[in-house]
Design a protein around this ligand. Structure first.
Ligand code: DX5
Ligand code: ZN
Length: 216
């Protein structure tokens, strides 16, 4: 069974609370909250006030916050106060990774680090001891509904092997183009957590889509 973290970027923003509740009731263990600043990625999504409202309206949700922003350090505290359970930032961002990780821990959140498709898995190796979750992007970050890049599979396998070799226990998450066809490839390569946006919220039956992905 995979852990499912539905990306609410593809949800109906008019009914965001209901969409989150539906996903949780269907078995999702996390809710993936994609923050974009129009600088690190060429798109703008939502930020701190939206998370605060969702945390209040959906208190059972564990928010897996994916910061696709150039300067994560300045925003860690605000997202933590707004209800983030885990804060995930990009190794390619402009801030010192050690400082961002220290801020996330000090704010009482779980730590996550993410790499874009062009960054090798080995770039994460110096940080693995400090991470609760590693996110491998399987599309260029910025938009939902893109095609899965199979190069993510080798990275997942390498990170899984490295985790085992070092006796670590971080979760391995994959994000981008995950659907009924690509999810089995991801879990076979080592993914524990599947992020899926359009495959869930654009499905005719989103609850069934969560269940089908979880069963992969
Ligand atoms: C892309 C985001 C993803 C996105 C996934 O930049 O990080 O979380 O919402 O969407 P799908 O599952 O549609 O590829
Ligand atoms: Zn994401």
């Amino acid at each position: 069974m995979a852990i499912i973290s539905p990306s609410i970027l593809s949800a109906d923003f008019c009914r965001l609370g209901d969409e989150c509740r539906l996903a949780l009731d269907a078995g999702a263990e996390m809710l993936h909250f994609d923050v974009m600043d129009g600088h690190f990625v060429p798109n703008i999504s939502f930020g701190v006030p939206v998370l605060a409202s969702l945390h209040k309206g959906v208190p059972s949700g564990f928010f897996d916050v994916h910061l696709m922003i150039s300067r994560p350090l300045s925003y860690v505290d605000a997202f933590a106060k707004a209800g983030a359970g885990l804060i995930n930032f990009h190794l390619e961002s402009e801030d010192d990774p050690a400082a961002v990780l220290a801020a996330i821990r000090a704010a009482g959140c779980k730590t996550g680090m993410t790499i874009k498709p062009g960054t090798p898995a080995g770039a994460l190796y110096p940080w693995l001891e400090q991470l609760d979750l590693v996110l491998v992007m399987s599309v260029e970050p910025g938009f939902g509904g893109q095609k899965f890049l199979p190069s993510a599979l080798d990275k997942l396998a390498a990170l899984k092997a490295e985790r085992q070799a070092r006796g670590l226990d971080f979760l391995l998450e994959v994000d981008g183009g995950v659907n009924a066809e690509t999810a089995p490839l991801c879990t076979a390569a080592g993914a524990d957590v599947l992020v899926a946006g359009s495959a869930i919220f654009a499905a005719a039956d989103p609850a069934a889509a969560v269940g089908a992905l979880a069963a992969v």
